[in-house]
Design a protein around this ligand. Structure first.
Ligand code: ATP
Ligand code: MG
Length: 338
């Protein structure tokens, strides 16, 4: 069978606005891929958001926010199928089946679960949605039989688990039902460091530089970012390598000459942190100005967003249903009694 060259990825509407880690690690590669592959499927993982979001209005707002973010950043609904996970029931249905093809031991080794365990010591209180999340993610992916899954480094483990589940399933029925998907992770931008200079930039860790927040919020995020901890004053020579502010400059600032000048003055103690940060803010507003403008316009009339999601769900359901039916047949759930 000839499978079209297809990619798939999702984003959880867990709250707050998209940050530059999401953008350079995942959204930008996804948007570029829409023009490079036969088919791109991107979805809003609203079922996954239920592991943390318990406020209906909040969840609705987060979902709308993600749609607007993606459209503003260049998602083209004519090239990519864009939809909500909860509007394609096959995601949940396949997850129930796939749970039988992975062991409890392997699930216990998943990051999301282990991280949570470190924070809340009591294993008995972790909700099963969080524990099962990688199984639902495997279903999210395998339904669409993609060759690749464009994500950030933190999702590598989950894509690998998906491959294991697919392999176990294929072996059990001695058929290549699920092609094994590759994680598509960029070495340069797969793990953007947070403004704390320690951990990955994450919505939940509050160490982000947002893309669409008000300028005052972004200013504060940039101004409070970690730089070189050994530098006490602007006349001390500073370290550029591994310094988050310079990493952000390299990502965001299109004015290469300005960045080189700042780096060389920083190394020789001829520029203060404030100037470096002010220039980063200016570069941010320059880089994302058009997208910020477009997002404001889109927000005025949500009918376009609504229409895109409805069309996307209809298209996604066709493909997802086809795979689910195949799985039902292969497993024996569809038989002569149907
Ligand atoms: P949360 O803290 O709720 O997990 P998050 O900031 O990690 O949020 P996600 O919604 O989990 O964001 O991730 C969306 C996509 O962005 C995923 O593909 C993920 O791998 C990628 N991503 C998230 N953070 C980074 C980062 N710091 N660098 C590169 N890619 C990232
Ligand atoms: Mg995450």
């Amino acid at each position: 069978m000839n499978i079209p060259k297809r990619v798939l990825s999702g984003i959880t509407p867990s709250g707050d606005s998209l940050h530059i880690g999401n953008y350079f690690g995942a959204v930008k590669p996804q948007i570029e891929l829409q023009n490079q592959v036969d088919q791109a499927y991107y979805f809003i993982a609203d079922l996954h958001a239920l592991t943390t979001v318990r406020d209906r209005a909040q969840l609705e707002q987060n979902i709308t926010g993600v749609v607007l973010d993606y459209l503003a950043l260049g998602l083209n609904p004519k090239k990519a199928v864009f939809f909500r996970q909860s509007q394609v029931p096959a995601h949940s249905q396949l997850a129930v089946i796939l749970a039988n093809f992975i062991s409890y031991g392997q699930m216990q080794r998943m990051h999301a679960f282990k991280d949570k365990l470190q924070k809340d010591a009591d294993v008995g209180s972790i909700n099963m949605g969080l524990f099962n999340y990688p199984i639902l993610m495997a279903a999210d992916i395998l339904l669409y039989k993609p060759f690749g899954v464009p994500v950030g480094e933190d999702q590598r483990q989950h894509v690998e688990l998906t491959r294991d589940i697919a392999e176990n399933f294929n072996k059990a029925y001695n058929q290549e039902v699920f092609p094994l998907p590759e994680p598509l992770i960029r070495t340069e931008t797969g793990k953007i460091i947070g403004t704390d200079g320690q951990r990955k930039m994450s919505k939940s860790l509050k160490n982000t530089i947002a893309i669409f927040e008000d300028e005052a919020v972004i200013r504060k995020q940039i101004m409070s970012s970690y730089t070189d901890p050994n530098r006490k004053s602007a006349t001390d020579p500073g370290t550029v390598e591994g310094n988050p502010i310079f990493m952000y400059h390299d990502l965001i600032n299109d004015n290469v000459a300005e960045v080189e000048d700042l780096k060389s003055r920083y190394r020789s103690g001829k520029v203060g942190d404030v100037e470096v940060k002010e220039k980063l803010l200016a570069a941010h507003l320059q880089r994302f100005g058009a997208a910020r403008q477009r997002r404001q316009e889109l927000e005025q009339d949500l009918s376009l967003a609504k229409e895109i999601l409805a069309t996307g769900a209809a298209q996604a359901n066709l493909l997802a249903q086809e795979t689910l039916e195949q799985v039902y047949k292969v497993t024996g759930l569809t038989n002569h009694l149907n």
